[in-house]
Design a protein around this ligand. Structure first.
Ligand SMILES: Cc1ncc(COP(=O)(O)O)c(C=O)c1O
Length: 456
């Protein structure tokens, strides 16, 4: 092989700012609404939940936002992250396409999540916050915030979705190693958790419920704030370092992608790789196709409604306009816990409404098969969430083979699956079912969407 396999940037080449797509969008994001008054919220309304620096990032329309020096210093523990050319996967697939993947599993927690956990912990510490509460699905986000909390001397309390808590005991051990406390959600620690358990003691939990628990505790204490691992504008902003680095690395390889692929749970790793390319296109550069891949069992982008909805099941959060399956929707307990969320990031939803991305849904069986093909060719065992992006990229590569086109495909391998081996074992034992969500439950959840008057 004459062309390189790895494209590495020096620490000094790490981006100094994040990219804010809000600067380049042809029309602005619909406003966030107060859950009580249904009126647009101002920065002060969000202050009980987040420090002001993060709130200002949430509403900023500046194109570039500086990465603080202490955050860049910590990023250097694993960033810049490598970009790989998947020579061996290309060979196995027999495709003329060039496949590149950005690997975020090199972070201490094993995924892209520390890219936002570090700045969130930093801004909270700067604001004098002592304790953070949060939710976690896969455990990747909980581990990342636990790690960030240990660096910035913050107490961290994580509500882990019950089904993931049971599937992945070692993720909890990682959170505890970093000094955080992790409880299964729904829990008896909050009024909302108790109310859910009273109705259904064996409830498998959902990200929407875990968010309600974390928010309930955050608003009760002055020294406590809430941290979210996806969905919000500032989280997506922090993740754009992925795409910004990838752009530099693709320059080194002297290519530009025809297709960019990412998996979507709340939308953050997808936005991280895709938004810099979309923005470049909006400013007159080439416009690659942008493909979002989601699980068929929780298909917010492909089956959800674009409507105002709550970010949580207990209706404690503000209302945002997004693709949603309804906040009462509980997805089946499939093995990509990070993708079991009823909504999609408002920015990703807005970008979809603007026709700037395509969305596809695949079953977990198809995605595990793709992940195994990838692992056997490239050596990295992907997280079950990342398998969705792998599947999307493989499908694009096979299309190129059918059409005889040597396109360049870039995808985000957002995390490794080293804590997910029980799900791989089940896959090999033929025990992984492609569980369907309940159509009646979806219809009910959508019928229960809050009615919000269209702004004049
Ligand atoms: C490895 C991994 N990928 C993807 C996701 C989905 O989140 P997002 O869509 O915000 O990237 C998660 C969430 O926990 C995750 O752990």
């Amino acid at each position: 092989m004459t062309t390189p396999t790895k494209y590495l940037l020096d620490e000094s080449q790490m981006p100094k700012s994040w990219y804010n797509i809000q600067a380049d969008l042809p029309c602005a994001l619909p406003p966030v609404l107060h859950p009580g008054t249904l009126q647009p919220m101002g920065p002060d309304d969000l202050a009980p939940l987040f420090p002001m620096e993060l709130i200002l990032q949430e509403v900023s329309t500046e194109r570039e936002i500086d990465i603080p020096e202490p955050v860049r210093d910590i990023y250097k523990l694993w960033r810049p992250a490598p970009l790989y050319r998947a020579h061996r996967l290309e060979k196995v697939l027999g495709t003329p396409a060039k496949i590149f993947y950005k690997y975020e599993g090199v972070s201490p927690a094993g995924s892209h999540k520390p890219n936002t956990a570090i700045p969130q912990a930093f801004y909270n510490q700067q604001a004098g916050v002592k304790r953070l509460t949060t939710e976690t699905g896969a455990g990747q986000w909980g581990s990342s915030l636990a790690f960030a909390g240990s660096l910035f001397d913050l107490e961290v309390l994580v509500f882990q979705v019950r089904v993931s808590y049971d599937q992945k005991p070692y993720r909890r051990a990682v959170m505890e190693t970093y000094g955080a406390r992790c409880v299964a959600s729904p829990s008896n620690e909050t009024a909302y958790g108790r109310s859910v358990l009273a109705q259904r003691p064996e409830h498998p939990g959902s990200l929407g419920i875990a968010i309600s628990e974390a928010v309930e505790l955050a608003v009760q204490r002055e020294d406590t704030k809430y941290a979210l691992g996806s969905v919000l504008n500032h989280v997506l902003l922090h993740q754009t370092i992925i795409g910004l680095e990838a752009m530099e690395q693709l320059h080194m390889a002297d290519v530009w992608p025809d297709v960019v692929v990412g998996c979507t749970g709340g939308g953050s790793n997808f936005a991280g790789i895709a938004f810099p390319f979309i923005g470049h296109g909006l400013r007159g550069g080439p416009k690659p196709r942008i493909v979002a891949v989601e699980p068929a069992a929780c298909p917010s982008l492909t089956r959800g409604k674009y409507a105002y909805d709550f970010g949580d099941t207990g209706h404690l959060t503000p209302l945002t306009k997004m693709h949603t399956l309804g906040s009462s929707f509980t997805p089946p307990g499939f093995h990509a816990g990070g993708l079991r969320y009823h909504g999609m990031a408002p920015l990703v939803s807005h970008v979809k409404e603007l026709g700037l991305l395509e969305a596809l849904a695949y079953t977990q069986g198809e995605c595990f098969a793709a992940g195994v093909t990838f692992a056997r060719a490239e050596g990295i065992v992907p997280a079950p969430e990342a398998n969705h992006a792998v599947k999307g990229a493989i499908e694009e590569a096979l299309r190129c083979k059918r059409e005889g086109r040597s396109e360049t495909i870039l995808f985000n391998l957002c995390g490794h699956g080293h804590f997910d081996m029980a799900s791989y074992q089940k896959y090999f034992a033929g025990e992984l079912k492609d569980e369907q969500y309940d159509e009646k439950e979806l219809a009910m959840a959508l019928a229960g969407l809050p009615s919000v008057p269209e702004p004049a």
